[in-house]
Design a protein around this ligand. Structure first.
Ligand SMILES: Cc1cc2nc3c(=O)[nH]c(=O)nc-3n(C[C@H](O)[C@H](O)[C@H](O)COP(=O)(O)OP(=O)(O)OC[C@H]3O[C@@H](n4cnc5c(N)ncnc54)[C@H](O)[C@@H]3O)c2cc1C
Length: 470
């Protein structure tokens, strides 16, 4: 039997796609990567995934897993490979509110889990613009971050267990529901962030958190990034760590957003360089219930901190959302960043992290370096400022690849010099292989290759991703 017939025997012919049916799987969200897969197979169960990988192993067929295909680094690029889509494995097996866990299949869409958790007055606290498409298998495999990392951690911190199908089809059951489990090497954590190079995640146990009763959300204009850090730290102290999100949008972003979406309202009457979206939230009724004067204590805490900062000259303008509509408007501005950055080409994009008190220094140094490399280039740095993650995007004045390379070199240099990383939350995929080769500790790279060999001796799982050749 031919390969496709054998696949059809596993999943049914309707779930082995070829020709025009694979077009939507043949490019990434950024449109930077295009490929022609051998076929796309859409299994419905762990057993089917196991049979497919067993077949791929016997026939030496490379396999690239795909979940929501919203990754930003070419991780699902699959020229000539079999793409294994998790989209039909989309059931929430169980939610146990008392244990604060959800047991899910890898194809559950992030927003599907959000809705399911809310039915139990709980949240799954991983939020970002692509939540309507990204799936649990994808967010685990990239260890996605998003806007709420400073309060809840990244996907790794929200996962208790995983089920993984290995390259030869064996199923590794690590579906722990435990908060403490020191039974040998932590293979779960090895699978998280591995981008499908070590195994295919088919199920997971995810943590749920209490649902905030009230949010207080504001746009704040600060004189500079150092002042914003004071705002963040004072708010954390004033509220006992209730800051959920702290996002930075520079002037150039606001202007480009407005040009692209003219209906977007500016947050302030005046225009500022440093625009911060800050959100705090509480699960405590005492902080959420209006007092006799009608004030909500949580909102009061935000107002008081802002007013203190204003007196100290550390906040120059602020507007607090008065209802859910205004809060949504603030978030919409921020969550359009992906579309806005991609609107202008060429784009040299980076996803670096530095210690939170080094963000301003990073940007100062990069402004200087960028001017030396390409005096007409523009930088647009929408950032998860609260956790030090800078999406440092550059619109160079030229298509010249050497210039683009020099910009990335400079970004990596400055980030690493400040104790940062060239890869914060989007993973490596194809786009950061150069940085991985040049910047990652060489011994660490050798050990990663050894791990890859142990899990995938034939190199069939998502080949060419994450690990540059030694
Ligand atoms: C508008 C927009 C906003 C975004 N904002 C953020 C953000 O704020 N923070 C952030 O971290 N990311 C962000 N991203 C990036 C992206 O959404 C995340 O990387 C997300 O985790 C990818 O999930 P996915 O389901 O689309 O995975 P895919 O893109 O399908 O896959 C990602 C990688 O994981 C592998 N993979 C997929 N499923 C499995 C599996 N079951 N087992 C093993 N490997 C698998 C794939 O081969 C690929 O290498 C954003 C993307 C967009 C388009």
């Amino acid at each position: 039997m031919q390969m496709l017939d054998k696949l059809a025997a596993i999943t049914g012919a309707a779930h082995v796609l070829t020709g025009d049916d694979v077009v939507k799987y043949s490019a990434d969200w950024t449109d930077n990567y295009h490929w022609s897969p051998l076929a796309v197979v859409r299994p419905h169960s762990t057993e089917e995934v196991s049979a497919i990988l067993n077949l791929a192993n016997e026939t030496n067929t490379p396999v690239v897993p795909v979940a929501g295909n919203t990754g930003l680094n070419g991780g699902t690029s699959a020229d000539g490979a079999l793409m294994l889509s998790l989209e039909r494995m989309n059931s929430i097996r169980e939610i146990r509110p008392d244990a604060r866990i959800a047991v899910v299949e890898a194809g559950v869409v992030l927003s599907q889990l959000h809705d399911a958790a809310e039915e139990h007055d709980l949240i799954f606290p991983l939020y970002f613009g692509a939540r309507g498409s990204a799936m649990i298998g994808g967010v685990l495999s990239t260890n996605a971050g998003g806007s709420n990392v400073l309060r809840y951690g990244s996907t790794r911190h929200l996962c208790l267990g995983v089920e993984v199908v290995l390259a030869d089809g064996r199923v590794m059951n690590l579906m722990s529901e435990l908060h403490k489990d020191n039974s040998g090497f932590d293979l779960k954590d090895l699978m998280i962030g591995a981008e499908g190079t070590l195994g295919i995640i088919t199920g997971a146990v995810m943590k749920l958190m209490p649902k905030p009763i009230t949010y207080a959300t504001a746009m704040v204009a600060a004189p500079d990034l150092e002042a914003s850090l004071v705002l963040l730290n004072r708010l954390q102290s004033a509220t006992g760590g209730m800051v959920e999100a702290f996002e930075f949008m520079p002037r150039i972003y606001m202007d480009t957003l407005k040009a692209m979406f003219p209906e977007t309202r500016e947050p302030f009457d005046d225009k500022y360089e440093v625009n911060i979206l800050v959100e705090i939230a509480t699960t405590q009724p005492g902080m959420a219930t209006p007092g006799e004067n009608g004030e909500v204590p949580l909102t009061r805490a935000l107002e008081d901190t802002l007013s203190e900062l204003s007196q100290d000259g550390l906040a120059i303008d602020a507007v607090i959302a008065q209802n859910e509509g205004q809060r949504r408007e603030m978030w919409d501005r921020r969550e359009r960043a992906g579309e806005v950055l991609l609107s202008t080409k060429p784009l040299v994009n980076h996803d670096v992290s530095v210690p939170v008190d080094k963000v301003a220094t990073f940007l100062q140094r990069m402004t200087q370096k960028l001017a030396e490399i390409d005096v007409s280039a523009q930088q647009c740095t929408v950032s998860h400022l609260g956790d030090g993650n800078i999406h440092y995007a550059v619109w160079p004045s030229t298509e010249n690849k050497d210039t683009h390379f020099a910009i990335t070199e400079a970004v990596d240099d400055v980030a690493l010099d400040l104790g940062g990383s060239f890869s914060a939350e989007h993973g490596i995929g194809l786009s950061k292989l150069d940085s991985m080769a040049r910047r990652k500790d060489q011994i660490a790279l050798q050990m990663m290759h050894a791990v890859k060999l142990a899990f995938d001796p034939k190199g069939l799982l998502n080949p060419g991703k994450v690990l540059p050749p030694l």
